[in-house]
Design a binder for this molecule. Structure first.
Ligand code: ZN
Length: 418
């Protein structure tokens, strides 16, 4: 059973003590979900901070209140970022500027550093071709082509030219705890998860969320990515480390226990959707965008369209990589049509991709204690072991208009860094 903590989340500027030396913090986000969880881990006479929120005047003001309040004026010695998305990496460079060391995976650092430096005034030709091939309507494509796209630099502080790498199988000591490092994939490449060696705690980022299903989007940066395959592989592998009693500290939602069941649920949710897609495509070819009703079972509005399209391409790419769908033509607008029928040549092993039909696509190889309030005074402990059960199936990713690895169609200018 997946059970979330009964304790309400900390308001901005306040903290909840989840375990000795482990504070739960929250930052608001100008998108869905409307918050990101951060954690501060006691590290000698300083702190190691896990994830940061986006770079905005509001977030920095809340951080200052946290540093002066619940964090008792002690310095942040290290900032450890689970993955490169703006809600997690946004203020990493700001902390480095205040004397912290940045720890993350090599891919997270490379992705973030690249995307922060890569400012575009208009979508690239590659991005337009990707959206067209995936089935974005012509009018929307024309409108987006004339607009300044979201740029990661809008909500992410400049990153330092160097960092400290966390690698798969490594360990990191924070205060009195040693944590094993295991990478997840699918939502973001080389996403860090941390597993306390005493078996009590797991820092899950967006790889291990309690209720919502993170977006497994494919973007023009890597149009052939098999994000769904990467995700399923991660669920299986991390499932080998999961124990029912671990308290998981997720990037969004509430801390929870029941990770083995949650990992199985998340994988099963995607397998069900994949089967539904194959079944529908047997009855007639569709574009990736034409699969929205199968994937999300609701109408996708313009605000969520970009993430929904990325997720649809992710599922098509996985079905193509595993030989379950084939490209079988194009629409008049140039979108690739996919069919779930028997391949015209059963020995086909090089498949065109949903977004880049000209690019060949080989079969995937991957196949108790007190809280602290903002004023630094402890609150009375509530029953942190009193966990409540969450719904059996997670909500689909289209709910979470967020985590835009360089896309970010939903951030308006008022959300930009101030
Ligand atoms: Zn996130």
């Amino acid at each position: 059973m997946v059970r979330t903590v009964a304790t309400p989340p900390p308001p901005p500027g306040e903290a909840v003590l989840l375990a000795p030396g482990v504070l739960w913090l929250r930052m608001p986000l100008p998108m869905r979900p409307d918050h990101v969880n951060l954690y501060a881990l006691e590290d000698g006479d300083a702190w190691t901070v896990i994830d940061t929120g986006i770079d905005s005047g509001r977030t920095r003001a809340i951080w200052r209140a946290l540093l002066d309040g619940p964090l008792r004026g002690r310095p942040v010695r290290r900032v450890l970022v689970t993955h490169h998305h703006i809600d997690h990496m946004g203020l990493a460079g700001w902390f480095v500027g205040r004397g912290a060391e940045l720890l993350t995976s090599r891919t997270a650092w490379l992705m973030a550093r690249m995307q922060v430096l890569d400012v575009q005034e208009r979508p690239t030709e590659q991005a337009l071709a990707f959206w067209r091939a995936a089935g974005m309507p012509a009018a929307m494509l024309a409108a987006r082509g004339a607009e300044r796209p979201f740029n990661m630099a809008d909500t992410c502080h400049p990153l330092p030219p160097g960092f400290t790498r966390l690698a798969q199988g490594g360990t990191v000591t924070i205060g009195t705890r040693e944590w094993a490092v295991h990478m997840g994939n699918g939502h973001a490449p080389e996403h860090v998860t941390l597993w306390s060696q005493d078996g009590a705690l797991v820092i899950g980022g967006d790889q291990l969320l309690p209720s919502i299903s993170p977006n497994l989007g494919v973007y023009p940066t890597e149009p052939l990515a098999d994000t769904v395959g990467d995700w399923l592989e991660s669920c299986d592998r991390l499932g080998g480390l999961a124990r029912p009693g671990q308290l998981v500290l997720p990037g969004h939602g509430l801390p929870y226990a029941g990770l083995p069941e949650r990992l199985a649920q998340m994988a099963e949710n995607h397998r069900i959707v994949l089967d539904r897609m194959v079944e529908a495509l047997r009855h007639g070819p569709r574009t990736a965008a034409g699969c929205f009703d199968i994937l999300f079972r609701r109408k996708v509005g313009p605000a969520a369209y970009g993430l929904a399209l990325a997720e649809a391409v992710g599922h098509i790419n996985h079905l193509a990589a595993t030989g379950r769908v084939w490209p079988c033509g194009k629409t008049a607008d140039g979108a690739v049509l996919w069919g779930g029928v028997t391949a015209p040549h059963s020995s086909v092993i090089r498949l065109s991709n949903a977004a880049n039909p000209g690019i060949t696509h080989g079969r995937s190889s991957r196949s108790h204690p007190p809280y602290r309030r903002g004023n630094g005074h402890p609150r009375t402990a509530k029953d942190l072991s009193g966990l409540s059960e969450t719904g059996k199936l997670g909500r689909r990713a289209v709910d979470s208009g967020r985590d835009l690895p360089g896309a970010g169609q939903f951030l308006t200018s008022k959300n930009k860094r101030s």
